[in-house]
Design a protein. Sequence first.
Length: 190
Amino acid sequence: MSKRNDIQNSILIVSASEQFTAEVKKSLHGFITIDIAKSAARARRCILERRYDIVVINIPLSDESGEMLALDAAESNSTSVLAAVPREVYGAALERFSDCGILAVSKPLEHGILDKAVRFLTAVQGRMHAEEKKIRKLEDKMEELRVVSKAKLLLIEKKHMTEDEAHRFIGKLAMDNGVSRRAAAESLLE
């Protein structure tokens, strides 16, 4: 489990209220990027310009309700979204947001709830980053296998080697040149 000071997420706070923004900022420890937007239009521009790990939205906003912004943000780049909604519409918002993976909290905020919600979303982001890293690693491995297999086929066709001979040839070439099997296979294909 990571320590709170190891958090290195980027966060966008969307709120027309300075008081709410200040309250959210108190819950943030160790975030590298903290951007603030006072309107949905500005928030959308920010989201287009960069990837945020967490977006916190104080609903309603000055230029729209903020619900569509929350839904749009949740769809973009595996961003975690926290929506603070008025108590009167909390049930409806929770119903609408739950299936989209948006965490909703009721305003006025109870003491400490914002801190816990941000910590929860940070943990979710940490897990998502770890899974994305695993996926990238597997994709790289699949690409390596594809390139090596293609080089093996070339050796089988052109040099009349068996698959085992082609496999050993690529491995030896990689070892002799101090490169990866993928790099050796790519040089053969060139």
